[in-house]
Ligand binder design. Structure first.
Ligand code: FAD
Ligand code: NDP
Length: 454
């Protein structure tokens, strides 16, 4: 059994949803688009899972956060996919498709964009241009867009067993988020240990506090968000978390878990010898891109699928977007893989533009953008955090403060907490311009005003 499509998107996450919208906006016609996802629901805005989804009152639930609401665009419900991209395949195109596939069994004349949900792809053959699903179906394509995202790293990969316990939670998809909500609801006023001081750790810790759970964060670095934040900025956030009751145990990692007779975790044992009693554990220790289907078939770099400025891989019929893509970041002159939603959305749009418009579409020119929202705090970061750091604003008051990064005489990065829409736009614009900075003291004196007046 098999089906053939002109365009296939493998993976049904953020990037897939934005790619689908771009196909439709560009007049997807006389063609078939299919999205295959192992998740049982249509693409949604994954960032909601650590924020609105975990609220104790009026939590966000699907369908409210299907893509592409996160970028203030249409909400692509399952009905949307049925209603779009459904122009009938003309006879000539039908013949073209028929002649393009050597191993098709039939062409399906469905209406709309085909969403194949709850179905994992088990293998891919880029030479034959086929995917084999877990249900045994062969899907053929002319153009494949790989949007398989990433998986959460498990404790077992660090030599600790116990990830399957019902009160040990990861957070990558809706199933994880439901499990986390169950654990929260089963532990009223209880104690949680959050393992990892990155994005998941910080956002989940805030959500747990909002749910009146006592939180201890454990991570190996000297401060939270160590890859992005300077110690000074991180200290501000840690102090804020402490004011909300969060304890920090830094410079150590999890050694083992203790269980009761039902297999529930009762305590975590740290490498520094401490034991902490727990009602639940949340683990956010990083991710690995889902490249496995393409190892040995496509060129990989930085842990992802290496693509060019059109998001095209080493096989010209295969594109990669989102977390799984390692693409040239023009402003830095190097290949990077970014694990953030803005990159997923924009790489998706660019890949579809390149596929549909060919040479008319230039190279992807992306300015890295990260953000987070916790409690009443909200920050944005643009560019790169290398070089000397120049702080501005009133950090102790926490109202509006930030930093610039200056490398080789140019401003290359900017961070801002508590800014207005216009101020965020200003730091983004300034970072993209990479202005020459001769005097760091003067930049410090101008502070946020420098970006606003550039
Ligand atoms: P994903 O959205 O992960 O989608 C990948 C899809 O591929 C999934 O549906 C998966 O099931 C499917 N898939 C994988 N392998 C297969 C297979 N073999 N067969 C079929 N389907 C497959 N970024 C920010 O910038 N800001 C935030 O506030 C933010 N919050 C986040 C909160 C959480 C809880 C998480 C987990 C991530 C957050 N991110 C945030 C990161 C952001 O969500 C990701 O960068 C983004 O989702 C990447 O999109 P993607 O489409 O590449 O991958
Ligand atoms: P991160 O890479 O952000 O952070 C992982 C953290 O866990 C790091 O501090 C890491 O330290 C630490 N760590 C690694 N191993 C251990 C260990 N054995 N014990 C304790 N700590 C450990 O990954 P997350 O899991 O937090 O996030 C997963 C993905 O979700 C990322 O792609 C992230 O971008 C995305 N996300 C983004 C959000 C946003 O942009 N606002 C919000 C939520 C998720 P070290 O640095 O030393 O390895």
């Amino acid at each position: 059994m098999g089906r053939a499509f002109v365009y296939v998107i493998l993976g049904g996450g953020v990037a897939a949803g934005y790619a689908a919208l771009e196909f439709v906006n560009r007049g997807l016609s006389n063609a078939q688009l299919c999205i295959i996802s192992q998740e049982p629901v249509a693409p949604y805005e994954r960032p909601a899972l650590s924020k609105g989804f975990l609220l104790p009152e009026a939590p966000a639930r699907l369908p409210s956060f299907h893509t592409c609401v996160g970028a203030n665009q249409e909400r692509l419900t399952p009905k949307w996919y049925k209603q779009h991209g459904n122009s009938f395949i003309t006879y000539s195109y039908f013949l073209l498709i028929l002649s393009s596939f050597s191993n098709i069994y039939f062409i399906s004349f469905h209406s709309g964009i085909e969403l194949i949900l709850g179905t994992a792809v088990k293998s891919a053959d880029v030479k034959r241009k086929t995917l084999l699903t877990a249900t045994g179906e062969t899907i053929s394509y002319k153009i494949l867009i790989v949007a398989t995202g990433a998986r959460a790293l498990k404790l077992e990969e660090f030599g600790v067993t116990g990830s399957d316990a019902e009160n040990v939670c990861y957070l990558r998809d809706i199933a994880d988020a439901n499990r986390l909500v169950d654990a929260i609801q089963s532990s009223p006023g209880g104690n949680a240990v959050v393992i990892g001081g990155g994005y998941i750790g910080m956002e989940c810790a805030a959500s747990l506090v909002i749910n009146k759970i006592n939180v201890t964060m454990v991570f190996p670095e000297t401060h939270c968000m160590a890859r992005l934040l300077t110690p000074k900025i991180a200290t501000y956030y840690e102090e804020y978390y402490k004011s909300k009751g969060v304890d920090f145990i830094k410079g150590t990692v999890l050694q083992s878990l203790d269980f009761d007779s039902n297999g529930k975790v009762t305590a975590v044992n740290l490498r520094d010898g401490r034991k902490i009693s727990v009602d639940m554990v949340v683990v956010g220790i990083g991710i690995r891109p889902n490249t496995g289907l393409f190892e040995g078939q496509l060129t990989l770099e930085k842990g992802g699928i290496k693509v060019n400025g059109k998001l095209q891989s080493s096989n010209s019929s295969v594109y990669a977007i989102g977390d799984v893509a390692a693409f040239p970041v023009k402003v830095f002159g190097e290949i990077r893989r970014l694990e953030h939603v803005d990159a997923a959305r924009k790489s998706a749009r660019h890949a579809v533009a390149a596929i549909m418009d060919g040479d008319k579409t230039g190279e992807f020119d992306y300015l890295p953008f990260f953000y987070s929202r916790v409690f009443t705090l909200s920050w944005q970061f643009y560019g790169d955090n290398v070089g000397e750091v120049v702080y501005f604003g009133d950090m102790p008051s926490g109202e509006t403060f930030g930093a610039y990064w200056v490398s080789k005489g140019h401003l290359v990065g900017a961070f801002l907490e508590g800014g207005t829409k216009e101020e965020y736009e200003a730091i983004a614009k300034t970072t993209r311009l990479r202005p020459e900075i001769e005097d760091l003291g003067e930049l410090e004196r101008h502070g946020l005003g420098f970006a606003v007046t550039v």
